[in-house]
Ligand binder design. Structure first.
Ligand SMILES: *[C@@H]1O[C@H](CO)[C@@H](O)[C@H](O)[C@H]1NC(C)=O
Ligand SMILES: *[C@@H]1O[C@H](CO)[C@@H](O)[C@H](O)[C@H]1NC(C)=O
Ligand SMILES: *[C@@H]1O[C@H](CO)[C@@H](O)[C@H](O)[C@H]1NC(C)=O
Ligand SMILES: *[C@@H]1O[C@H](CO)[C@@H](O)[C@H](O)[C@H]1NC(C)=O
Ligand SMILES: *[C@@H]1O[C@H](CO)[C@@H](O)[C@H](O)[C@H]1NC(C)=O
Ligand SMILES: *[C@@H]1O[C@H](CO)[C@@H](O)[C@H](O)[C@H]1NC(C)=O
Ligand SMILES: *[C@@H]1O[C@H](CO)[C@@H](O)[C@H](O)[C@H]1NC(C)=O
Ligand SMILES: *[C@@H]1O[C@H](CO)[C@@H](O)[C@H](O)[C@H]1NC(C)=O
Length: 643
């Protein structure tokens, strides 16, 4: 229990203060309009929350009873603004209500303990943005005050505006009227659309299952401030610092998992999640990971959801865990499919540093980030739980997918989003952006597996894929870099329209870009030892002409460096995700030269650490870089996953 201020006078003064401040400032916390201003029924009834806070017996929290429970984060960089995130609460536990005080409620007031046991005391937070490394100086670039309550699980999400483009800033939250401060964060804005930018880097991640390993994202920490400090100030560090100062973190989805994993890193709550409390608790648990906290604190993130943010293989009307029975759609986990989706989406917006985008088109989170004349990042939101996404995939109707995968009317994105996407590709090309980076969730290239084509990536939607390729070829839009996650494996391909455009796998002629699809940062994949894994890779490369490198053994991430004249992709793996470690194994490096629209030859310089490389060699050295000591060593190969 937290103690509260007791004397009536203090309470009275506090109430007066609230009366003057609170009403206007609830809006400063974007999570009160989560997930969108266009959907009042999904937002929180702010006037109601505000009135409730003025009740006579309502007592404010004493600052010392509050804490920053889950670190801080920033994201969705624009050239003049950035989203800042934290959570300030009397406890780490998420709010127990499974409904919110939302929308107009004409006939009854559901703000009663039967529905929701709301905490009426708003918590006041000051936030401020400082120059880089200037947090203790007197210069405040911009600052503000926001409120949070149990209605939004005590999360705080504000937009810091009036910032300079492509500039690194520090930021910090303070509990009002106290010196209780959050850690100091670091973030960076995007360049303006017309700026001349020489280089931008991205650390690209996907599939971060907390369950799979003791340290779920040690790989994130390579790039964190702590590690950089430990490395001292050599030339090498200076180079790395310079590189990191231009880096944004991109998460391609499956940031949380909905299952009820048991074991050493058991999921909380300890069951498959369905209710609002469940999704909030799961997000909270992931944010307790120290490496995730450091990475969130030190870099601006650009995230999107895939399926596990809601439920495995979700589609418009359900997900693969359901049976083809009415009961399973209405009552699985005690909630309907739609209610579960709403719970997941609400918690995602509350807990992630993502902008409130216009959700008019059924929960879309597609958006575009311009990085000067260098590149445009398109973040289509495929496959979510978008009510309009025509995704029909279930484990129990794979055969059905085979019948309809070529149906011209099938669209992974939905027609509204498809139009937006093609338009944006054309616009960025006309604007003269050197590169288009498409931060997509699932594998785009057509890959034949031993069983045929998958229904659970773009191969289940070939008409939509064809339309995308047609748009690129017909409009001469080149320099395209598709990114993907989801599959827990690495796949590098020339981007080609097979059976339509002539393509030469040796030279790469005929392709219109490249695809870099990355493995999971932690989620299990290939459980087999490394050699059988390589045999599978050889088979895949052998049977898919555009696939140039494939590796299914390692967990890891991609470091993508975009310059005017080239894009470089460095794939990293780890010998073990069974411990919290700083081991970083370079797997393969690729270059794309501007205007060539294919992987530079010889692909990967002719040699890779693992997997199978078309026309090249696989030379496993197992020599791993310890990013703490900067020493190379063979270490950690005895165990890949926790038992
Ligand atoms: C919300 O759902 C959780 C289970 O997910 C349950 O434990 C809790 O009691 C529910 N809260 C209310 C107020 O019903
Ligand atoms: C700011 O000053 C405080 C107190 O002097 C110190 O503890 C903290 O580490 C400083 N922060 C930074 C980022 O220099
Ligand atoms: C689906 O059917 C199986 C077997 O009948 C049953 O065990 C399971 O609970 C059902 N799942 C749902 C979500 O209804
Ligand atoms: C996609 O394009 C290929 C090559 O032209 C063609 O063979 C295939 O039938 C097309 N699929 C659909 C669904 O349009
Ligand atoms: C397609 O997606 C499924 C499920 O994520 C995955 O198992 C399969 O490997 C993917 N196939 C390809 C070719 O990416
Ligand atoms: C391609 O797939 C077939 C089975 O469909 C397999 O027998 C063959 O070995 C594969 N080719 C290569 C080069 O791996
Ligand atoms: C990729 O490039 C990095 C940095 O130059 C280098 O350390 C690494 O050895 C290269 N990896 C491979 C597999 O060539
Ligand atoms: C590298 O590690 C793999 C996987 O554990 C092992 O099979 C292989 O023998 C090792 N090779 C070398 C050269 O150490």
């Amino acid at each position: 229990m937290h103690s509260r201020l007791t004397t009536n006078t203090v309470v009275f003064v506090a109430l007066l203060l609230q009366a003057t401040i609170v009403r206007g400032d609830f809006d400063g916390n974007l999570n009160y309009v989560s997930p969108s201003r266009r959907h009042p029924s999904l937002g929180i009834d702010v006037p109601h929350v505000s009135r409730r806070s003025l009740k006579r017996d309502n007592i404010a929290y004493a600052p010392e009873d509050l804490a920053f429970t889950h670190g801080i984060a920033s994201g969705d960089p624009y050239s003049d603004s950035i989203i800042l995130w934290t959570r300030v609460a009397p406890s780490s536990t998420s709010d127990a209500s499974n409904v919110t005080v939302e929308g107009p409620v004409p006939l009854y007031n559901h703000d009663t303990e039967v529905y929701i046991e709301a905490d009426p005391s708003p918590i006041c937070i000051d936030w401020a943005v400082f120059p880089q490394d200037g947090v203790n100086g007197s210069t405040v670039i911009t600052s503000g005050t926001a409120y949070t309550t149990s209605d939004i699980d005590y999360t705080v999400k504000v937009e810091a505006t009036g910032l300079q483009p492509f500039t690194t800033y520090n930021y910090q939250f303070t509990i009002c009227g106290s010196d209780i401060k959050s850690p100091v964060g670091r973030t960076k804005t995007a360049p303006t659309a017309d700026a001349d930018v020489s280089e931008v880097n991205f650390a690209v991640f996907s599939c971060s299952n907390y369950r799979e390993l003791t340290d779920f994202i040690s790989r994130y920490s390579l790039t964190t401030a702590d590690r950089r400090k430990q490395m001292g100030t050599s030339t090498r560090t200076a180079t790395l610092l310079e590189r990191m100062s231009r880096t944004f973190f991109v998460h391609l989805g499956d940031y949380i998992y909905e299952g009820g994993a048991q074991g050493e890193r058991a999921h909380k709550p300890p069951r498959e999640i369905f209710t609002l409390f469940d999704y909030r608790t799961r997000h909270g648990q992931y944010r307790t990971d120290p490496d995730l906290q450091l990475a969130s604190q030190n870099f601006a993130w650009i995230t999107t959801w895939d399926d596990h943010e809601v439920s495995n293989n979700g589609y418009r009307d359900g997900s693969s865990g359901l049976n083809n029975t009415e009961d399973s759609f209405l009552k699985d986990g005690g909630v309907s499919v739609d209610q579960r989706k709403m719970n997941a989406v609400r918690a995602y917006f509350e807990w992630m540093p993502i902008r409130q985008v216009d959700l008019d088109d059924n929960l879309r989170i597609w958006r575009t980030f311009q990085m000067g004349n260098l590149l445009v990042i398109h973040r289509p939101s495929r496959r979510l739980p978008s009510v309009k996404t025509d995704r029909i995939y279930e484990d129990w109707n794979d055969d059905y997918i085979d019948l309809i995968r070529d149906d011209a009317s099938r669209s992974l994105m939905g027609s509204h989003q498809e139009n937006w996407f093609y338009n944006e590709l054309s616009k960025s090309s006309k604007r003269g952006a050197a590169w288009r980076v498409i931060g997509n969730q699932i594998l785009f290239s057509r890959i034949y597996e031993s069983y045929g084509l998958s229904g659970d990536n773009w191969s289940g939607y070939s008409a939509n894929r064809n339309r995308t390729l047609k748009h690129l070829y017909e409009n001469n839009i080149g320099n395209n870099v598709f990114l993907a996650g989801d599959s827990h494996q690495n796949w590098v391909s020339d981007l080609v329209w097979l059976d339509e455009k002539e393509y030469n796998p040796e030279t790469g002629d005929g392709s219109i870009g490249v695809e870099f699809a990355g493995t999971a940062v932690s989620s299990t994949g290939q459980n087999s030892p490394i050699l059988p894994a390589r045999t599978q890779s050889q088979y895949r490369v052998g049977n898919n002409s555009q696939l140039q490198w494939q590796d299914g053994y390692y967990r890891g991430y991609i470091f993508l460096s975009v310059k005017q004249d080239s894009v470089e992709a460095r794939f990293y793996g780890s010998p073990s995700v069974a411990s919290r470690n700083s081991w970083d194994l370079p797997l393969a490096n690729f270059t794309v030269v501007s205007g060539e629209n294919k992987l530079a030859r010889p692909v990967a310089g002719g040699s890779v650490e693992s997997g199978a490389l078309r026309g090249g060699e696989t030379k496993p050295s197992n020599v791993t870089l310890n990013t703490d000591t900067w020493e190379w060593d063979v270490i950690g190969y005895d165990q890949m996953y926790i038992k």
